[in-house]
Design a protein. Structure first.
Length: 217
């Protein structure tokens, strides 16, 4: 007869299949680990690239919120002056944490004065506030490389340019102290509130570093 049994081949076949399966699992595990490491590397690079932009956006949002809040305080003072029939002023004073600002009512029609405040003639209307209490990423400042808005006299580093008294005063008829207040974000975002004296209106401006120009917001 021409038929012969091949026991060796029949016994080796399951073992070979087992070994091939082990090798495939090892190759699959190795490939998955490499892919995971590559994926993590790509994610790390993307995060590293995105974080500065995210921080800049966060700081810009913070300084814009601070500008809006300060402008709302000025508009409140303007409304109170019209309602009370007396001048209302927001007085800015330098302190260790930057500047505090406090609202007073003019009691003798000669403006908000330190001597009248001390004597109780100009009375407290709104308690003192610190910008850093609500907006820790924002400060009253004018960056050294940023030019002041045209027509606002004062030392180059002075962020409160409201005359010698640093008081923003609104009259009952709607006029106000002319000047500018500068706010700076942690990442260098420079904003300003410009007060127009004859109308008492406010303008919010942002300094565009790419063009070197102050732009309306």
């Amino acid at each position: 007869m021409g038929w012969r049994a091949e026991p060796t081949r029949m016994l080796e076949l399951p073992a070979m299949r087992y070994l091939r399966g082990v090798n495939r699992r090892r190759m699959s595990a190795g490939t998955s680990l490499i892919e995971l490491m590559l994926g993590l590397s790509v994610v790390t690079i993307l995060i590293t690239m995105a974080v500065p932009g995210m921080l800049t956006l966060r700081d810009d949002i913070a300084v814009r919120a601070a500008v809006r809040y300060l402008a709302s305080q000025a508009m409140l003072a303007r409304f109170q002056a019209a309602r009370l029939g007396a001048a209302v002023g927001i007085r800015f004073e330098p302190v260790a944490a930057g500047y505090r600002f406090t609202s007073y009512t003019d009691g003798d029609a000669d403006g908000i004065r330190a001597a009248d405040i001390a004597r109780g003639i100009d009375t407290l209307l709104q308690p003192s506030q610190l910008l850093s209490d609500q907006f820790p990423l924002v400060e009253f400042a004018l960056a050294t490389q940023v030019p002041p808005i045209s027509g606002t006299a004062g030392p180059d580093s002075d962020p409160i340019r409201l005359g010698s008294a640093d008081t923003l005063t609104f009259s009952p008829v709607g006029t106000a102290t002319s000047g500018s207040i500068y706010l700076l974000g942690r990442s260098g975002q420079q904003y300003a509130i410009r007060i127009l004296g004859t109308t008492g209106r406010l303008r919010v401006l942002r300094f565009d570093r790419s063009t070197g120009v102050w732009l309306d917001r």
